[in-house]
Design a protein around this ligand. Structure first.
Ligand code: NAD
Ligand code: TYD
Length: 339
């Protein structure tokens, strides 16, 4: 089995590669990544010399290169994680989100059609459903919930999802889509809530909470997401969408306070800052379909997962300190100076 994994130098893609190489030592995994600010080759250092692993630096929008790679590798499956993934950046500059997330997806699927690649999986997000009100805890996102996006990021991901379904219906490409809730765990880029709060707290820097901190996200440990994708690749029904999430809703402020507690830091570091534009209130997944049809359930409880995650950031300072010393500095100054 040969699997092309795009975006494998990022957070979830790298965790997926580690999981698959460990679980299926006979599989070949070929990672394609452009190494944007969010992709880090050092993340893949533990597998880079594995004979079953190969890294190719390429842009998923670059048709010529993608065609060449697909023709040469002839993968059995393509799993597309590559994306611009940060909502705040999409609000500042939507263009690259449209390019990578929509154009890149179609480039990959065109290559699948051209070279007879049988199976394509799109890694999508629950953000395509928009948000739920805080005063309706009875509501959840199902696969039938209409797409109703808020940010340029979620709109670009929804656009990609629609294209994937169009390639299924129009060209018969064998596709599946997974829509997952917020992930957390090792190698999470420190611009996202949980890793940002961990590294800022460790550096005794202020902890910027948007608005009143009451926004709710449904958190899933990254390995549980990887397991769900593995099951969909092997048992999922072609042409179907699967929601992935685990009834683990938390308010942002409670997560930040929990991180302070775990690290023995004072809550006076918490600073309420100007809210994100168009800020989604609540995400909550109904995972019945993947549970009933494919037998998947999350395995890591949040209390355990957050401890593992914090421990990882404590033990892997070099990884995130390298990131903090680079281009990310400019983004951080620009992003938080007016908040
Ligand atoms: P990430 O930003 O950490 O990683 C993205 C990776 O894609 C990086 O390695 C980057 O270099 C690469 N990339 C970006 N543009 C590229 C291009 N044009 N060509 C090739 N590679 C490119 O993102 P992540 O958090 O790991 O998310 C992975 C996928 O999962 C995304 O599609 C995202 O929408 C989806 N997702 C993320 C979450 C979450 O909580 N992080 C939840 C649900 C779904
Ligand atoms: P984020 O990790 O960016 O994920 P997403 O917006 O895709 O859900 O943000 C998670 C939540 O945390 C979201 O409600 C915005 C909030 N947030 C802050 O309060 N402060 C921050 O500095 C960041 C990055 C996010």
């Amino acid at each position: 089995m040969k699997i092309i994994v795009t975006g494998g130098a990022g957070f979830i893609g790298s965790n997926f590669i580690f999981y698959m190489l460990e679980k299926y030592p006979e599989y070949n995994i070929i990672c394609i990544d452009k190494l944007t600010y969010a992709g880090n080759l050092s993340t893949l250092k533990s597998v880079i010399n594995n004979p079953k692993f190969r890294f190719i630096k390429a842009d998923i929008c670059d048709r010529g290169t993608i065609d060449k790679v697909f023709e040469e590798v002839q993968p059995d499956i393509v799993v597309n994680f590559a994306a611009e993934s940060h909502v705040d950046r999409s609000i500042e500059d939507p263009g690259i989100f449209l390019k990578t997330n929509i154009w890149g997806t179609s480039t990959l699927m065109d290559a699948c059609l051209r070279f007879g690649i049988k199976r394509y999986h799109q890694v999508s997000t629950d953000e395509v459903y928009g948000d739920l009100p805080l005063d309706r805890p009875d509501l959840f996102f199902t696969e039938e919930t209409p797409l109703h996006t808020s940010s340029p990021y979620s709109s670009s991901k929804a656009g990609a999802d629609l294209l994937v379904l169009a390639y299924y219906r129009t060209y018969g490409l064998q596709v599946t889509i997974s829509r997952c809730s917020n992930n957390y765990g090792p190698y999470h880029f420190p611009e996202k809530l949980i890793p940002l709060m961990i590294v800022n707290a460790l550096n005794n820097k202020f902890l910027p909470v948007y608005g009143n901190g009451n926004n709710v996200r449904d958190w899933l440990y990254v390995e549980d997401h990887c397991k769900a994708i593995d099951i969909i690749l092997h048992q999922g029904k072609i042409g179907e969408v699967y929601n992935i999430g685990g009834h683990n809703e938390m308010r942002n402020i409670d997560i930040v306070k929990l991180i302070c507690k775990e690290l023995g830091k004072t809550e006076s570091l918490i600073t309420y800052v100007t809210d994100r534009k168009g800020h989604d209130m609540r995400y909550a997944i109904d995972p019945k379909k993947i549970h009933n049809e494919l037998g998947w359930l999350p395995e890591t409880r949040f209390t355990e997962g957050i401890k593992k995650t914090i421990k990882w950031y404590l033990e892997n300072r070099e990884w995130w300190e390298d990131i903090l010393s680079g281009e990310y500095q400019n983004y951080y100054k620009k992003m938080y100076k007016n908040k």
